[in-house]
Design a protein around this ligand. Structure first.
Ligand code: PLP
Length: 537
């Protein structure tokens, strides 16, 4: 393939990657991705593409690191240039970019200019210190460097042989993390179980649903699939239903058990017990329960101790989805929320949510690795190798849906090593303290109420109803949310609990400090005055 040489594009920037449209660091380099590659076509000045040129990587890698470092600096120093929630309209980008891919190479400088001017406005800045929506997707320097190293090395460790270090590091690092979480020994690689890094919690729940399904079908026969029933609370993440449907569980056999404020939206064990008895009486086969520690709506905690006992008694696979709150359980004071995990068959948390391991990194541990492997193994000749036999090595392709996989353990290893667990614990504690502070602000303002008990770094709150009118109250809260987010100064999200429209304030972005929480509260208060004067303003 030949490209025209664009010559030396000057990318002598001033180091400000954002806001001024320059977008470059201090490199004197050639902004063209073809760099100083060999010219092969003299007169036409075409050059041969070299996709991985180490010197060009060095030069442009520095430019890119500067660009990203400037991004983080400017997020803090010039927040006015970065509406936290993107304010663009749907389709905004189509008219800003050409309608087809370029035939000839462009320069990195021009490309980064476009990132600054065209892409940045369409970003919601998840790493802004004033991001308080959903749950955070936390980044760190160690996580970033881990991503960089993993992208740079670009190995594909689907079997042990395809990169022994990738497999072996994953086993070791997940044992480390399991120990920090004080998971029972059977989840460690030295037992019958072990850990695997999935991309997301959605993938984690899918693979364990498949493992649980196949485990039970082995006992009762494949034709019993239509009789399998599964359980979860009405607060369970939507990925559970999706996983069950993909796994062939009949939609009408997905039991969604009701929760309410009396248990702070945790699943009452009696409901599970009752549902199981009812199903058994009707000839159904209870096969799976998904318990959550830190639900998506309100960070509710299902009581693992009684749920686990019920699951064990009935031979049901219990999965614990601790995508967000599982991270906090590396702190001894939060570990109690996963008491009862001893009776779980699988446990999952998202280290990219609150352990600073950059997207994506979702460790999953299973009690019986063979249940997972039996459901997911493949054995094509082209992957066969003499040490790839059962038990000799781990072949992670058999623990996940896809064949190819990223070297994610490198990133997790770097986060754990470069920060140390004590720092990680303290950082999580700081976030929880900031959430406590926000909760105190809300509690002190009679126009507002905290709606659910706060366990971690999420505060669920709302404007209180006026004249006991819940419908109007929902509408006012909806309008308050829109008003606050349209400022671009902060981003909070919402949910619904027992028919109430609830505002969610989740602390977890790595740059958030006390001043950002205080400013956020001031913005919310200011806008609240529009909705709290009972129609007289
Ligand atoms: N489970 C819970 C409790 C969550 O809060 C979330 C996302 O916030 C998920 C699952 C889905 O996570 P992922 O995007 O990693 O699939």
């Amino acid at each position: 393939m030949h490209y025209r040489d664009f010559g030396n594009v000057n990318c002598n920037g001033n180091g400000n990657g954002i806001g001024n449209g320059i977008g470059f660091g201090n490199s004197n380099g050639n902004g063209d991705v073809n760099g100083s590659n060999e010219k092969v076509n003299g007169a036409n000045e075409t050059i041969k593409m070299k996709p991985m040129d180490s010197e060009l990587l060095r030069e442009q890698g520095h430019i890119m690191v500067d660009f990203i470092a400037d991004y983080y600096k400017n997020l803090q120093d010039s927040p006015q240039d970065f509406p936290v929630l993107s304010q663009v309209q749907p389709g905004y980008l189509r008219d800003m970019l050409p309608h087809s891919a370029p035939d000839q190479p462009d320069s990195l400088k021009k490309l980064l200019d476009d990132v600054t001017k065209k892409i940045m406005p369409g970003l919601t800045h998840w790493q802004s210190p004033s991001y308080f929506a959903y749950y955070a997707s936390s980044t760190s320097v160690a996580g970033f460097l881990g991503e960089m190293l993993s992208a740079g090395l670009s190995v594909v460790g689907f079997t042990w042989q395809t990169s022994p270090a990738a497999t072996e590091l994953e086993i070791i690092v997940l044992d480390w993390l399991a120990q920090l979480l004080q998971l029972p020994d059977h989840f460690l690689s030295t037992g019958n179980g072990g850990g695997v890094i999935q991309g997301t919690a959605c993938e984690a729940v899918l693979v364990v649903v498949l493992a649980a399904r196949d485990r039970i079908l082995k006992q009762v026969g494949k034709t019993s699939l239509p009789r399998l029933v599964v359980y979860a609370s009405d607060q369970t993440h939507s990925s559970f239903r999706k996983a069950c449907l993909i796994g062939g569980i009949h939609e009408e056999n997905i039991r969604v058990l009701k929760t309410d404020s009396s248990t702070n939206y945790g699943l009452p064990p009696e409901s599970l017990e009752e549902a199981i008895s009812h199903d058994l009486a009707k000839g159904f086969i209870p096969s799976f329960v998904c318990a959550t520690v830190g639900t998506t709506s309100s960070a509710a905690v299902d009581p693992l101790v009684p749920l686990g006992k019920i699951a064990k008694k009935n031979g049901i696979w219990m999965h614990v989805d601790a995508a967000y709150a599982g991270n906090a359980c590396i702190c001894p004071e939060y570990r109690k929320y996963i008491d009862g995990v001893e009776n779980a068959d699988s446990f999952n948390m998202n280290a990219h949510k609150w352990l600073f391991a950059n997207q994506t990194c979702s460790p999953l541990w299973v009690k019986d690795r063979y249940a997972l492997i039996d459901a997911l193994k493949t054995n094509p000749e082209y992957l066969d190798y003499k040490v790839s036999k059962r038990d000799e090595v781990v072949n992670y392709k058999d623990w996940q849906i896809s064949l190819s996989r990223r070297f994610r353990s490198l990133k997790l290893w770097m986060v754990l090593r470069l920060y140390g667990s004590e720092n990680l614990r303290n950082f999580i504690r700081e976030h929880v303290d900031l959430a406590k502070q926000f909760e105190a602000y809300v509690s002190q303002d009679p126009r507002f109420e905290v709606v659910t008990s706060r366990y971690f770094s999420l505060v669920c709150f709302r404007l209180v109803p006026l004249d006991a009118d819940e419908d109007k109250c929902n509408q006012r809260n909806r309008e308050l949310l829109a008003a606050v987010n349209s400022t671009g100064k902060i981003f909070i999200s919402h949910t619904a609990l027992s028919g109430k429209f609830i505002l969610r304030f989740a602390v977890g972005a790595p740059l958030t400090e006390e001043k950002h929480v205080t400013e956020a509260w001031q913005i919310i208060q200011k806008h609240a005055s529009k909705f709290t004067c009972n129609g007289n303003c």
